[in-house]
Design a protein around this ligand. Sequence first.
Ligand SMILES: [Zn+2]
Length: 222
Amino acid sequence: MLEYTDPEYGERSVMSAIPLKNFEDEAQALVSVGLEAFARGWVPATSGNFSVRLGPNEVAITVSGRHKGRLTIADIMRVDGSGRALDKKRPSAETLLHVSLYRRFPEIQAVLHTHSVNATVLSRLVDGKLVLEQLEVLKAFRGIDTHQASVVVPIFANDQDIQRLASTVEQYLEAHGPIPGYLIAGHGLYTWGASLNEAMRHLEAFEFLLQCELEMRRASRP
Ligand SMILES: [Zn+2]
């Protein structure tokens, strides 16, 4: 049986039904995701962060400022459900955006944040929201089984006050319900999934779709 401190009640609770995932296994999986994302040009110059839910009140996440193309298990740390370090390492300020998603949606098991050229440029070109439609790859998103679906991707203004940015995202999710991801203007993409594999599939789909959108805009210019 596992014990953890319940943030709601502030006392030791005994949890036998929800085992924690193995930290080393999940950290290794995050290292692989980092190497792949860097190789594909999605996380230049130490940018981006990746996380996996370990248990009810614990998350594994990349340490602040680490180069994603050279990650090792030492570059992954543990934080609690509020984003506070559970070891001696320093979490990125953006950890708050990860944990707020885990808190809101119990089914989310992994969150991926990238700074690709496509996400950065498109989020500057388009105001407020990007609507993706009539594209076969939309079917890569959970729950979508036709290219005729329409996926609205909100674009939030960038903000160095991550607490305020997290509340803006929370308010949007409260009003609009589940979405597969969002953009931050001039900054990058957040996406997630019910497993690390699903989150990675969503990330690949987004990067492809964002590139299609950019190419279509370029091709249709007079
Ligand atoms: Zn970022």
